[in-house]
Design a protein. Structure first.
Length: 130
């Protein structure tokens, strides 16, 4: 019986941590955004600053629940107050290119009361070695 518990417990924990599109952040709204930012050649170690604009095209306020960069080389902050229909939210991001070389693609995921609930944003460019 104990062996069964030790086998099932981790499986139940994994099942409860799914990254499905079924997150429920309330009633959904719609958005319009340029989700890819391409930068020209930069030297290794430079900081690439990006601001993504997210326009609420729906009929209810847009609420950005969280914004998660895919790695530690990227930080992001975002509009935390609800954004009224027709208004624009901002995701400000900085990519630290230290230790990078060549073509670079980094992602940031926005979680909001949209469908789907997760919207990926990409930062792409070329990093030149010093």
């Amino acid at each position: 019986m104990m062996k069964l518990i030790f086998i099932l417990l981790p499986l139940l924990c994994l099942a409860s941590c799914s990254n499905s599109e079924e997150d429920n952040f309330g009633e959904a709204t719609t958005i319009e955004a340029e989700t890819v930012y391409s930068f020209d050649d930069v030297m290794e170690g430079e900081i690439v600053k990006v601001t993504f604009e997210v326009k609420n095209t729906g009929k209810i306020p847009l609420t950005i629940v969280d914004v998660k960069p895919a790695c530690g080389c990227t930080v992001a902050e975002f509009t935390k107050e609800p954004v009224l229909p027709g208004e624009t939210a901002f995701i400000k991001s900085e990519l630290n290119t230290s230790g990078m070389f060549g073509d670079v693609t980094k992602s940031i995921t926005m979680m909001a009361n949209t469908y789907p609930t997760r919207t990926p944003f990409m930062i792409k460019g070329n990093v030149l070695r010093n």
